[in-house]
Design a protein around this ligand. Structure first.
Ligand SMILES: [Zn+2]
Length: 257
């Protein structure tokens, strides 16, 4: 028979695991130069009113306090840290309570890398990645792509936002282009159909959406979200139906009309 103290021990461990929540650290206070980076380079931030800006800075500070950002063969500057945090905050700004529970580290590589996380040699084509398996909880970003996402404003690309949207998509257990805990159930099928239609348009070369979005539905969702946050007015004008769904999914309307 199992001794009683072992049973009590097991019960205590179960209780601890059941009630355990990681301690959330106090938000980092942003400095004047940090605020300047937001004001000068983060278009999304520029569009917010004063109260919105204040809330955005708090979210950025909270992200920086709770997620490690490290360079791997790259020297990290303050703007890189602010850009990473801004990319994390933008897609979840419509959900005041949201925390990235499935993320502990963001690793910054100098440039593109391959699927073995090497950044030298052949097949260096990946700009960003959400880790799985042993890399679970980690995100990798190319420093060049991260900076271009914010410093080049006339395209529809933002690699870091793309990766954070994958994380959001993953929060229901599967990366499939359907953020089930964000989209009401009755809209799932129409959203799937709309994505399918739009992917067909890309494949027929009749779309202004980044062709990478035709890879599969999860990539379509990430690519169209970049477009939504980078060029909201243009998306609203060219694809009002997609805009409407993204507005519903992200609970925000970034276009200034
Ligand atoms: Zn992707």
């Amino acid at each position: 028979m199992t001794p009683i103290y072992i049973l009590i021990g097991i019960a205590a461990i179960c209780f601890f695991l059941w009630t355990y929540k990681p301690v959330k650290k106090k938000p980092v206070e942003l400095t004047g130069p940090d605020n300047d980076i937001l004001a000068n380079h983060v278009r999304y931030y520029q569009r917010l009113d004063d109260a919105g800006k204040q809330r955005f800075r708090e979210k950025v500070g909270s992200f920086l306090a709770n997620v490690r950002i490290e360079g791997v063969g790259a020297t990290i500057e303050e703007r890189d840290r602010i850009y990473v945090a801004a990319s994390a905050v933008i897609p979840i700004f419509g959900f005041p309570e949201w925390e990235y529970r499935n993320l502990t580290d963001v690793l910054i590589y100098p440039d593109t890398f391959n699927t073995d996380y090497q950044f030298e040699g052949n097949n260096r084509s990946i700009l960003g990645m959400v880790g799985s398996g042993p890399m679970n909880g980690k995100m990798i970003l190319s420093q060049r792509a991260l900076r271009e996402g914010f410093e080049v404003t006339n395209d529809k690309n933002n690699t870091a936002i793309h990766e954070f949207v994958h994380l959001l998509d993953k929060s229901d257990g599967s990366v499939d282009g359907i953020p089930e805990n964000l989209l009401a159930h009755q809209y799932t099928i129409p959203w799937l159909n709309l994505m399918k239609e739009q992917i067909e348009e890309i494949r027929k070369n009749r779309s202004d959406i980044n062709p990478y979005g035709a890879s599969d539905k999860s990539e379509f969702f990430a690519v169209i979200s970049e477009y939504f946050f980078e060029r909201p007015e243009l998306l609203k004008e060219k694809h009002p139906d997609l805009y409407e769904y993204l507005e519903m999914i992200f609970k925000q309307d970034p276009a200034v009309s």
